[in-house]
Design a protein around this ligand. Sequence first.
Ligand code: 5GP
Ligand code: MG
Length: 194
Amino acid sequence: MTAAKSNVLRRAGIHPDLASVLFTDAQIKRRVHSLAAEIKAVYGAREFTIVSLINGAVMFTADLMRQIDNPVRLDCIRVSSYGALTKSVGVPQVIASITIDITNRDVLLVDDILDTGKTLTLVAELIRKQKPSSLRSCVLLDKKSRREVPFQADFVGFDIPDKFVVGYGLDFAERYRNLPCIGVLKPAAQAAPK
Ligand code: 5GP
Ligand code: MG
């Protein structure tokens, strides 16, 4: 890309490594707000426990829980990530598990994106072993066409096509998490990350 074109994109607030923007920060904000209402309609005024899959779900979890005025407990779980790849390979592994007690609690798993379904299946199995009174899941993005194991989230922000996306918590080799929008990463930006 020429320097001039890259400046145009920057002035428009679009990162030059993005081929396209799928959701602007305003669109994300509106959807997070309505998702919170959907979640509250299910839990009523009850307390529930959010288990957030880090690092990817950090932004989404932070914004979502601030739209919910129920009593809420929070813990995080870290599952092995793609590293510098754009397709999920092998079997995900839990690297750091939760530490709070979730037995007889209403648990809501929160993740950035549901892809093959392997990660949430693994985490749901692990949580179920601790006998929560209920277990639901909420993802901001759902790539339904990529599913390899059957997993359906209870709350979905947006369905998206099979494209590798970054921004709003989603990374490529730990970069781009701080973009306020969600966009498709250019193939050229996927080469040889440092
Ligand atoms: P799954 O186990 O469902 O295949 O993958 C879920 C995880 O893969 C997500 O939590 C996310 O970390 C990662 N992932 C899947 N698709 C994408 C994508 O398009 N962009 C990014 N940045 N991460 C993705
Ligand atoms: Mg993730």
